[in-house]
Each structure stands twice: as C-alpha cells, then as structure tokens.
Ligand binder design. Sequence first.
Ligand SMILES: Cc1cc2nc3c(=O)[nH]c(=O)nc-3n(C[C@H](O)[C@H](O)[C@H](O)COP(=O)(O)OP(=O)(O)OC[C@H]3O[C@@H](n4cnc5c(N)ncnc54)[C@H](O)[C@@H]3O)c2cc1C
Length: 385
Amino acid sequence: MSASSFDVVIVGAGSVGVPTALACQRAGLRTLVVDRLASAGQGENKAAIGGARATHSDPAKIRICLRSLQVFREWKDAEGDDIGWKQGGYLFPIYRDSDEKMLRGLLPIQHGHGLRIDWIGPREVEELVPGIRREGLLGATYSPEDGQLSPLEAIDAFYRAALRAGAEFRFGEEVREIAVEGGRVTGVVTDRGRYSCRWFLNAAGSAAAALGRKVGLDLPVHPDSHEAGVTEPVARLFAPLVVDIRPTPGGKNCYFHQDTRNRIVFCLTPDPIFPGTERQSHSSFLPTVSRKMVDLLPRLRGIRVRRVWRGCYPQTPDGMPIVGEAPDARGYLFAVGLCGQGLMLGPGLARDLASLMTTGKPVTDLAAWRSFSLGRDFGRVESLR
Ligand SMILES: Cc1cc2nc3c(=O)[nH]c(=O)nc-3n(C[C@H](O)[C@H](O)[C@H](O)COP(=O)(O)OP(=O)(O)OC[C@H]3O[C@@H](n4cnc5c(N)ncnc54)[C@H](O)[C@@H]3O)c2cc1C
C-alpha cells in the first residue's frame, strides 16, 4: 500500500470520526482522518456540554449509547486518561401532568432494554438536587447509570489512542471531491492532494449535506445553533445532569450538570430555534437560561458565569441520526445528523461503522438499525429527542 493509500478515509475529526478512526484501525483497517480545522474536536464536539445517557426511547440509540457509556466508564482503567467521567445519572424533574404521562409512558420500553430508570417522588428528587423548586413538583425520572464527561478531554484521549493504534490524521486539509469509478468509491481529493481508499466515511457534522451532494446523495442535515456556558467552580451542589423540560419564553428546555471540577455547565434549547451555523453569542442567551435555571434551583443565583459559547446541532427532520451506505457509490458510508447527541453516540456508533466495513453488518441488530436509514419516513419524531 502506498503512502497515500488507505483502507478508509474519514472526513471529520469530531465526535464520530475520531472514535471511529480508533475502532477502524484496531479492526485492522489502515485509516486516515482528514479535517479542515486545526486539531481534533474543533467542530461541534467542543461545543457539547458532556451529557451522556442511554435512556432514550429508540432501541438503536439505547443500544449504541449503552456501548458508549461502557467506553466512557472504563476508559480511565483501560487506557489511562481521565476524561472527566462522572456517573451522576440523568434527572428529569416534572411539574406538568402531560410530561409525567409522557415520561412514564417511556419506562416500559426503557425497562425492556434493561435500562435502570425509574419514576421517583418529590422527596427523592430533593435528596438528589437539594433546594430544587418544590412547588408543583410531581416527581422525576432518574437514571443513575447515565453520566457526564469532558468532550474536550474525551476527544483528545480518543485521538491519542487512535494515533497509538496507527491511524493517521491530516489537519488543516479540506475534502473537495470523492472519486467514484464503476459505482464504487476509489479515492478522496482534498485541497492538498489525493488519497485512494476502499471506504469513505462522511462524518462531517454540520457540513455533511454538502459532502453528500458530491455523490448525488440528499442528506437532510440542517444545522441549528445552540448556546452553552460554564460557571466558576463552586461547592458540590448536586450529582445528576438535570433536564428542565418546562417551556418558557425563549427556551424550550435547558439542561445542566456540575462537572468533576465542580463547575456548572449549562445549555439551552432555544424557542424558536436558530437555523444555520451562526456562532456569535446572542444577548438573549444568558438572561433566558439563567432565569430558567434559577427558577428551578434558586441556590444557583449569584454563581458567576465564566464563559459562554455557541455551536450547532447537525439536525435531521426527526431528530435521529442518518447512517448507511450510498446506493450509487458503494463504499461511501455516512454517519451524520447526530443532532444534540453526537458525543454520547460516537464511541458506540464507531463499533457499528468498523463492523460495517469489516463484516458488512453493524453490531447493532438490523431491526433496530433501520431507524437510522436514509430511506425512512422522516415525519415521525422520537419522544425525548
Ligand atoms: C451547545 C451544545 C451542547 C451539546 N451538548 C451535547 C451533550 O451534552 N451530549 C451530546 O452527546 N451531544 C451534545 N451536543 C451535540 C454534539 O456536539 C454533536 O452532535 C456532535 O459534536 C456532532 O458530531 P459529528 O462528529 O457529527 O460532528 P463534529 O464533531 O462537528 O465533526 C465534524 C468535523 O468535520 C469537519 N469537516 C466538515 N466538512 C469537512 C470537509 N469538507 N473537509 C474536512 N473536514 C471537514 C469539521 O471541521 C468537523 O471537525 C451539543 C451541541 C451543542 C451545540
């Protein structure tokens, strides 16, 4: 194999591309990752706030995130790096009957997949999050095996593990064209040169649709932008990641956790959404999110915010990822549209992608896997997306 010849070329050193490079290289595939930015995780990965849960309602997401959680949980012992993992669980405190009904309705599906999640009463909620608004609190779902990690430390750890395994990375290089001959991918053309390969993986995050069009694929990935922030470190106040799904003016929901360095990391799902890739912080973000958070947990009042940022969800019409192979360009794989869950799906999905390349089948069972298909009905929207 020549220096510019690889089994697989991955576009995107992000939440999906880096763990997939590690999985591919460890599966014996000579792997190259190309990213137009300067280092790993500089796309949407670094915007994530670090929430990782398997408590979804879609079976494929549940199974894949269970695998990711195992990777996060075991990483320090297996590989030696601290990725900021904390098994703090996820808590959805509930104040409206309709929300209680929706979350309780998901429990049988979640229990059917062996997930540890239960409805808990107001007193237990207060024990987990002391000082939480008591008025109108009906209870919560609580899943103690979900957790939180540092997106920056995790991607750096995956990147270094991929390098150790023998994967190659080219930064500051942009993929421009995909070469297809006789209906099969043969190579990738960048602004610096050309690489031949048998497999090409589009893991380009918010730019995935443009790379799909290179081979006539219509990948419905439309980024919308979300803001997040981090406070100064304070005393330990609570362990779980808290998701407040009460809508308020300007915000559909907000979620926050206290990381292993005791900082509160928080994020808002804006209402209405901001379509596009705008990355300038907006003056409405901090007033909206802080009002919401202090209303839920008044003892957060007065904690100083250190930094805010804005990134994108690579969004799909139904909130589900799109993963598969291009019908007219065999060997062109795509793992795109990770929406607000790419960090938690990445390592689990990486094993599916490496398996697709080496065995022709994902690790996830095929019935569940179909919910990621490009040919699905995008009109159905997952609860709890
Ligand atoms: C505020 C916020 C909070 C979030 N919180 C969470 C969370 O708590 N948990 C969670 O799981 N997810 C969270 N997310 C979502 C998560 O960040 C994304 O789903 C995830 O990062 C997407 O991963 P990706 O690999 O698809 O894309 P990225 O990580 O963006 O990687 C794609 C890479 O492709 C590169 N690229 C694109 N086109 C080309 C090209 N032509 N040539 C070369 N390189 C190219 C880009 O430079 C980029 O580095 C959050 C997102 C935001 C914005």
